[in-house]
Design a protein around this ligand. Sequence first.
Ligand SMILES: *[C@@H]1O[C@H](CO)[C@@H](O)[C@H](O)[C@H]1NC(C)=O
Ligand SMILES: *[C@@H]1O[C@H](CO)[C@@H](O)[C@H](O)[C@H]1NC(C)=O
Ligand SMILES: *[C@@H]1O[C@H](CO)[C@@H](O)[C@H](O)[C@H]1NC(C)=O
Length: 328
Amino acid sequence: MSLPVLTVCAALGRQGAGVVSAFTSEASPQYHVRALTSNPESAAARELASKPNVSVVKVDLHSLDSVVAAFEGSTLIFANTVFPPDVFVKDGAAKAEEAEASHGLNIARAAAKTSSLKHLIWSTLPDVLSETGGKLNIPHFQSKIPAERYILEHESGLANKTTFLRLGLYGSVIERPTYTPVKVDAANARLLILPIDPDAVFPFIGDETFNTGLLAKAIFSQPDKTTGTYVNGTIEAVTGRRWASNLEKAAKAHGKDVRIVFLQSTLSGFEQLWGATGTEIGIMFQFWNDYSEHSYDISTAGRVVLTPRDLGVADQLRGNEDAMVQFL
Ligand SMILES: *[C@@H]1O[C@H](CO)[C@@H](O)[C@H](O)[C@H]1NC(C)=O
Ligand SMILES: *[C@@H]1O[C@H](CO)[C@@H](O)[C@H](O)[C@H]1NC(C)=O
Ligand SMILES: *[C@@H]1O[C@H](CO)[C@@H](O)[C@H](O)[C@H]1NC(C)=O
């Protein structure tokens, strides 16, 4: 008998790869994993295709027909979209938002047409623009919202088959220049510079790939509890200070004697330093600064918000400070 199909969008991305890995590392597979990618010829895609109980399928997220065909026969779907970095750099945040939103809408529309579908995970983020009455606009958050609304409003009851997963800040961002602590030789220190109060907490997911796989597995295996809900996909609420100290501890454990000091910048200073990327990231930190531990409780359509503890996996979530030491 053939296995039911779990389809994973952006299967080679930070989130998708974790879901594929969580489901293919089982001793006795319960699902055939259909890994969707725009580039099945890449080395990573070919390696994935060589694994048992996995097929790699090309999808064009610009085309509803392509997504519908890729979803056909799926029992479970894990869907995440990407704020396309090339569009962001070339044409700006609004165009990148538009592109990601259209990919998400094609996914939501195709999911609604997939009659075999039992459970969808839509990886999303809060609708900060509506919540703040238009004051804070984070394009890489808003790009998830049209699909979320479509799912919530679709008359087929798609929302009741969906878990809305909100992941926190990836621990791996340390490798990106805007986050990498800056060396100050004279002080024998590195500065983690972000536009947020040193004591304000923000949602953090640590090792985003492993943890997304763990959460997706916990969500899909408890449908009675998780369908129609939001999941607060965070490992902890960290502060800038705490993050700096966690990184410093990891560095010391690896024999690197560095001090890491958190330094709050203003939003405008951060923008001046990093340009459009500074605005994109800076406004997100402004939101976390203002909403702190409530950042992921907002705009949940009155639905239940579950935590990793509710899903029984809080103790298995992983940090990735050790892997970040090379960037310190
Ligand atoms: C998984 O793949 C292996 C290797 O191709 C195959 O022998 C096995 O039957 C597959 N498992 C299931 C349950 O289909
Ligand atoms: C979805 O679930 C809600 C809450 O349980 C219920 O009120 C609603 O009727 C359901 N919608 C559909 C279309 O099944
Ligand atoms: C989500 O989790 C974070 C900790 O990771 C916590 O600070 C926050 O209060 C939680 N929010 C909800 C709605 O449970």
